[in-house]
Design a protein around this ligand. Structure first.
Ligand code: GDP
Length: 395
């Protein structure tokens, strides 16, 4: 009997203790929301640098579902901190500032030519070596022949040149070859009360999306109101990548659902640009060089829908300078499909073959307007022939 009573007492005690423990747990959970830390998210995409992470962390969207009640009780609503927007470097004179990048990558061409031209006696073998140097720097056959012809004439007329004279002659003739009188300005002024529309085209991997992001910064540095259209809808990462570039300088990006029609995104971007009275709408397009007909259909449609609302002011073709002859073939195909108005030559910091500037301009009859000189945010420069040639011939 005693055992039975003891067992009942123990059982009751166990139940009571278990009930207390359970209540304690529930009470703890009830306080959890107040204890939860405020968290932030960023839309930071593929190009997440430490700088971006910092900016996103400071200006990210607050996602806490349970804000502290104290603020409401006092009638004070806490605003999330304003996003930190970067101030891009001025575009003017960028190429001079980035000249060391060019000098590093292009020294083979410039110095090679200078050494050959400074020889005491320039015989046929030397001229052949000069020709080989130009051809291997992708200058192209016809421009190379023209340059050699002009150099030969000057050396004949002006006599054997000292190294300084040789340098002056070469500088002159390279400038003529690159072209100092082409209109390299970007047409980005509002027209007829509508924003300028810039289509950026090119094969994937050439640096197209990066160029759109960097170009947005160039324009922001010039106090332009910019809007981005993420019409490269085939590469999911491209849309996020572009939006991240935009966020960094406070520029909005119009995007569609993944895999949506690029033309409809372009249409919406221009529509938003008109409504928001933007100065420039920059549209990143898909760069799949599948078939010429496919490309023509795609770019043709984008251009048509855009032009229903505003004229296209610039079509910039992005070419990767490191791809040499392949780049030229791509350029030819795009030029047949759209009316290219300017060339952006990227990755000029990673090749010694700067001669492609001459070749591509000749091929398309369109000027190089911008050059990419690195992966940094402000490593896109308006192309300046003098800075380029001086970098080629730098000591
Ligand atoms: P897309 O597929 O044409 O849009 O190409 P992306 O914009 O994604 O760029 C491809 C790669 O090229 C990225 O790693 C870029 O950082 C790199 N890139 C773009 N422009 C330059 C440049 O001027 N110099 C160097 N070194 N890399 C570049």
């Amino acid at each position: 009997m005693e055992y039975v009573v003891a067992a009942i007492v123990i059982a009751v005690m166990v139940v009571v203790i278990a009930a207390f423990v359970a209540m304690g747990r529930r009470g703890g959970q009830a306080t959890a929301p107040e204890q939860r830390q405020t968290s932030s998210t960023s839309t930071g995409g593929a190009a997440g640098t430490r700088e971006e992470e910092g900016a996103a962390g400071r200006g990210g969207v607050v996602t806490d579902e349970h804000p502290p009640t104290g603020a409401d009780d006092l009638g004070v609503v806490e605003e999330p901190p304003a996003p930190v927007v970067e101030k891009p470097a001025p575009a003017k004179g960028r190429m001079v500032r980035l000249r060391s990048r060019l000098a590093r990558s292009q020294s083979t061409l410039g110095r090679g030519l200078l050494t050959l031209l400074s020889r005491d006696r320039i015989d046929e073998d030397t001229w052949e070596e000069i020709e080989d140097t130009l051809l291997s720097a992708d200058v192209g056959v016809k421009p190379t022949q023209e340059l050699i012809e002009r150099l030969r004439t000057r050396v004949r007329v002006e006599g054997a040149a000292s190294p300084e004279e040789a340098k002056a002659i070469l500088r002159d003739e390279l400038l003529t070859l690159v072209g100092t009188d082409l209109d390299r300005s970007l047409h980005v002024a509002r027209q007829g009360g509508k924003p300028a529309v810039v289509l950026v085209v090119g094969v994937n991997g050439t640096g197209k999306t990066t160029t759109v992001g960097k170009l947005a910064r160039v324009l922001v540095a010039e106090d332009k109101d910019v809007l981005l259209g993420a019409a490269d809808t085939f590469r999911a990462a491209a849309v996020d990548q572009l939006a991240t570039w935009g966020e960094r300088v406070g520029v909005p990006t119009i995007r569609g659902p993944e895999g949506s029609d690029p033309a409809s995104v372009a249409f919406e971007a221009v529509k938003a640009g008109i409504e928001q009275e933007a100065d420039v709408v920059l549209i990143d397009t898909a760069g799949r060089l599948h078939t010429k007909t496919g490309l023509m259909d795609e770019l043709g449609k984008i251009k048509r829908v855009v032009e229903k609302q505003a004229p296209v002011s610039e079509v910039l073709l992005v070419i990767d300078a490191t791809t040499g002859q392949n780049g030229l073939i791509q350029a030819r195909v795009f030029a047949e499909v759209v009316n290219v108005t300017g060339i952006v030559l990227t990755k000029l910091d990673s090749t010694a073959k700067g001669g492609i500037i001459v070749a591509v301009q000749r091929e398309l009859g369109v000027p190089v307007k911008l050059v990419g000189l690195g992966e940094g945010a402000d490593d896109l420069a308006p192309f300046e022939p003098t800075a380029f040639v001086d970098a080629l011939l730098a000591d």
